[in-house]
Design a protein around this ligand. Sequence first.
Ligand code: SAH
Ligand code: SF4
Ligand code: F3S
Length: 464
Amino acid sequence: MEITSDFGKIPWYHFPSGVFVMKTFALIVFGCQMNVYDADRLRTQLIAEGWTETSQEDAEVLLFVTCSIREKAEQKVWSLIGRFQKKWDSQKKPYMAIVGCMAQRVGEKLMKRFPGIFMVAGPRHLGVVFSGIQKFFSQGEKSIFLDEDPRGLEDLHCPPLCRPNPWKAYITIAHGCDNFCTYCIVPYVRGRFQSREPEDILQEARSLIEQGVLEITLLGQNVNSYGTDRKDTWTFPRLLRECAALPGLRRLRFATNHPKDLSPEVISVMAEGAPVICPALNLPIQSGSDEVLKKMNRGYTVEQYASIISLLREAMPHVGITSDLIVGFPGESEEDFQSSLEVLRRFRFDLVHSAAYSPRPGTSSASMEQELSREDLFHRLHEVNSLQSKIALEKNEKLAGTLQDVLFDALAPRGENLLQGRTPTDKVVLVPGNEDFLGRFGKVRILSGEHWCLRGEVEELEPR
Ligand code: SAH
Ligand code: SF4
Ligand code: F3S
């Protein structure tokens, strides 16, 4: 049986849903792409069960998909829940469910504080979220689904068919992370590393392609470790090859890589897999100082990192490389900080996700002394951002005159009758155009580059 929704036909899944209640819901999503994938699956399940998605203000049930990576990410959720709690106090609406990483970290506290919350569920319990909702609306019972054993997994077996973007989708290939970088909360909230079954991943990809998806991004906190917990011959390079060979898939990406695990084999699979496997990757460096990298427990030195960059650029001269960088890790001296600026100049990334260090309770760096004042911390962050934006501008300006393959997938953020697309290297391209371009590939002549995007004109649009 199928139901028809705004997202097209959705197969009717058989969940142990018990009593049948249908309500309106809204998802509020924070954090990384894994949360987007989780939210897309929850949306698909709710719609398949007959629920209707609506605005945050109108919804009877709000599902928060939360993040704990920095204090600020959590503060946003505290204040938003507080705002909806006020509304709940007077109208008994909306009821709130808090899922994801922050639920795992402080879910019980949240539930005690806000009576409008009827469920908290960690990221390894998405599979029981819907039964928790049904239980509440049929029996009035609240649910707490949090990890006591970070190895347990109640996953939601449902492809992310209902997505805001019809042409692009994410697929998580492995849960959790075992790396325990000293600043990072992820291993505590997403639990132990666990590869998904390869056949489940491939089947999910096939059903997305059948639905019209053109681009898939494989996700993991460290995709390069895929398969290391299995006894068979599945590795990340093999999974990458098999996904790239799926008929109908036009673009394949993956995130994120760990410099200690990215093997030369992945680089050769990428180079051979073009044009389906996109020449783009995120390789978080986190610091330019070996001493800080050691304190972070990252498992590589700057020179080891440099040798991967050389291999990548030898194999794919135009490869797009993005990175992540933390400023102000405890004990980061002025010299360490200068080394971080130096790696930005040396590697000339296309984009850097920079962040000011935020101590996360329970991680081992949380007990290390922070000598920097908040002002110094944000001053360093500002320096990183202005240097990187200069580098990105120089790199993008150099692309003027080139012809790029672009997949158009959105209206430009500020409208202006512009369409937005991405190059294989994942650069944003803006062109004059109309909605008929959406979901199509085109050849774009680049006219100019800015620090965050390229601007151009379509020379040829692929027929649909
Ligand atoms: N698995 C990925 C990243 C996961 S978290 C990796 O290994 O790189 C995403 C990014 O958030 C990290 O790359 C890091 O730059 C940043 N981050 C994580 N913990 C942080 C903290 N405590 N303070 C500031 N930034 C942090
Ligand atoms: Fe966090 Fe490190 Fe795991 Fe990335 S690899 S999720 S930074 S512990
Ligand atoms: Fe945040 Fe959890 Fe992702 S902490 S960055 S949502 S893995």
